[in-house]
Ligand binder design. Sequence first.
Ligand SMILES: [Zn+2]
Length: 138
Amino acid sequence: MILIFCSLLAIGTIGFTLLVRERDVPPAPVENAELNHLETRRQVLYENLKDLQFEYHQGKLSDDDYQSLKAGFLYDLAAVMDSIERLQIGRQTVKPYGKQPEKSAPLSAAAADHVCPSCGTVNAANNRFCGQCGKTLL
Ligand SMILES: [Zn+2]
């Protein structure tokens, strides 16, 4: 049953993509639409995470279910954030490599960067997103 649903979804997605491509859309609005789509998806994933946490605290989910579902949402969220970032970078004018500003912040400040500004969780140095709440770590 799930397989049938997935197949229909795939066919629907392909059909939709072909339908969109048939139309004569100028490049800029397409990019905006993609960004809007990604922003919407990010919002949906945030909502899902909130719902998930709510249901977990209500005791409707086992620890294992909660952890695996949360990991899945965070993984999707990271991918969406990445796409948004890439789209936004793509819009900026390309700067020459040599002129990028050097990061010379003191070590203590660098370590503080990995404390989540939203929930205060200390994350691993190479984490781009908070492991607890999914917020972007700068
Ligand atoms: Zn956090």
